[in-house]
Design a protein around this ligand. Structure first.
Ligand code: BES
Ligand code: MN
Ligand code: MN
Length: 456
């Protein structure tokens, strides 16, 4: 349901909307890097300014980390309330030399805008701002009440969000929540996400001998920490692709038949996927399809590893230290607290007595499933059909959005609409991240339609 007035306003203002997105994308709001602290603040102020231009009351709320922007639309008496969540922070842009155009100098090529944050999440979030603007310009008023909650720590685990949510619990109780921070199933196949994986991320630091040693004088009499670490890391996975931690699968919710059947009907193009990844073979847990592995099965990955001599030439040394970063993607009903216990015990049980091991918890997020059967979901389906000209498919995504489970539990909210406007090949977290400008416009149309659908 999208009126002719709103629809043509969106069409006629396309270039302005894109220019505004480019302005937003030029702020290097990298939450992980302290040298970008001021830029992160600038992005928060930019969002606040845009909300104020819509006539919202908005403020930048400080937290122990990066601020949260909270905006509220002018009251429409008796109309439902929709909570909109987004994040204004972005991932670090490295490796810089692989970008065709610089990450914070947005460039338009072939119908895409290229910049860090284009799809994740600045472009997707901005569709909500532009939908409000379009409705106000075309109709004079909004059909429902809106609260915007835009945070700056999503890419580093949303550590400050829970405290904020609990403190503002009562004013954030809405009829539904909308989040566009994921993706369509593929080009031309819009999707509604009903499941996200969780995350459990650790750093392992290992020291064995007191100092770096001559490998000839001492080789063969002490453990080499790199080899001990490599053996440990290799042992986390079995040849059948399962994770070897005892008890790791205890709480995994099995997929039901209807879900496996539905997943099997999704139009996955395996050759296109291999081509995008630059591989000839897709691997994973035996007995599950690619999409089942991605959405409904947990994994273990080594994200980084270091130690020893990495300079030029040959240095005959047994290093004192080695380290790695490892993470696990979790699925319902695994709890990251329980997985942390299992993980720490396994590492402790599999180290030689002399190893000094430190395990640091870097970040975590709970997995989540949301209800697919609600009036709000039916509204979202119709809205996507109005915006994209196609009915959405239902998918579980492999990525994590820490706040979704927090919102579900603290606000007792099950009407959570995860509506991704991006595409899997947008390059989120990769060099040359991009967002399709037609999807930007379709996202604005869908969002505007969603506001009217929810208002009834
Ligand atoms: N938008 C992504 C999560 C996502 C990606 C959801 C694809 C659905 C489909 C989000 O910005 C993200 O990258 N999250 C991190 C969370 C982590 C830092 C706790 C992730 O998944 O690695
Ligand atoms: Mn995101
Ligand atoms: Mn991200």
């Amino acid at each position: 349901m999208l009126s002719e007035n709103v629809s043509s306003y969106i069409e006629n203002n396309r270039d302005r909307f894109v220019a505004d997105l480019a302005e937003y994308l030029s702020i290097p709001s990298v939450s992980a890097l302290s040298e970008h602290r001021d830029d992160v603040g600038k992005a928060a102020e930019w969002v606040k300014g845009r909300l104020e231009m819509l006539g919202f009351s908005a403020r930048v709320c400080p937290t122990d980390g990066h601020p949260i922007v909270l905006g509220r639309s002018p009251e429409v008496a008796g109309a439902p309330l929709l909570l909109v969540y987004g994040h204004y922070d972005v991932q670090p842009p490295d490796p810089l030399n692989e970008w065709v155009s610089p990450p914070f100098a947005p460039d338009i090529r072939g119908g895409y805008i290229y910049a860090r944050g284009a799809t994740d999440d600045k472009g997707q979030f901005l569709t909500y701002v532009k939908a409000v603007e379009s409705i106000l310009a075309a109709e004079g008023k909004l059909p429902l009440n809106l609260i915007f909650l835009v945070e700056g720590e999503e890419e580093i685990g949303s550590a400050s969000f829970e405290k904020f949510l609990v403190a503002h619990k009562d004013e954030l109780r809405a009829n539904a929540v909308a989040i566009s921070d994921g993706s369509q199933f593929m080009h031309g196949a819009p999707a509604i996400t009903y499941g996200l994986r969780g995350l459990c991320y650790f750093q392992i630091d290992l020291q064995i001998p007191r100092i770096d040693l001559h490998s000839g004088v001492f080789g063969g009499m002490v453990h080499n920490p790199i080899q001990v670490l490599a053996t440990l890391l290799a042992s986390f996975k079995k040849p059948d692709g399962t994770v070897a931690l005892p008890g790791f699968y205890d709480d995994v919710l099995p997929m039901e038949k209807w879900e496996r059947d539905m997943t099997a009907t999704l139009p996955l193009d395996v050759d296109a996927l291999k081509n995008y990844l630059g591989v000839t073979e897709l691997v994973g847990e035996t007995g599950y399809s690619i999409l089942e592995r991605r959405g409904a099965r947990p994994t273990f990955d080594v994200n980084g590893i270091w130690g020893g001599f990495m300079g030029e030439g040959a240095k005959t040394v047994i290093p004192a230290r080695a380290g790695a970063k490892v993470s696990m993607r979790l699925v319902p009903n695994q709890s990251y607290a329980r997985i942390e216990e299992i993980f720490r015990k396994y590492v402790a049980d599999n180290m030689p007595p002399d190893a000094k091991v430190t395990i640091t918890d870097l970040t975590s997020a709970a997995p989540v499933l949301v209800s697919r059967d609600s009036a709000a979901m039916r509204s979202a389906e119709r809205a996507i059909e109005a915006g994209f000209g196609k009915k959405p498919v239902f998918v579980r995504e492999g990525g994590s959005i820490p706040v979704v489970n927090l919102i579900k539990n603290h606000l007792k909210q099950d009407n959570i609409l995860l509506l991704g406007w991006g595409c899997p090949d947008d390059g989120a977290h990769s060099p040359n991240e991009r967002f399709c400008l037609d999807d930007f416009i379709r996202g604005i149309r869908s969002t505007a339609a969603l506001f009217f659908e929810l208002a009834g």
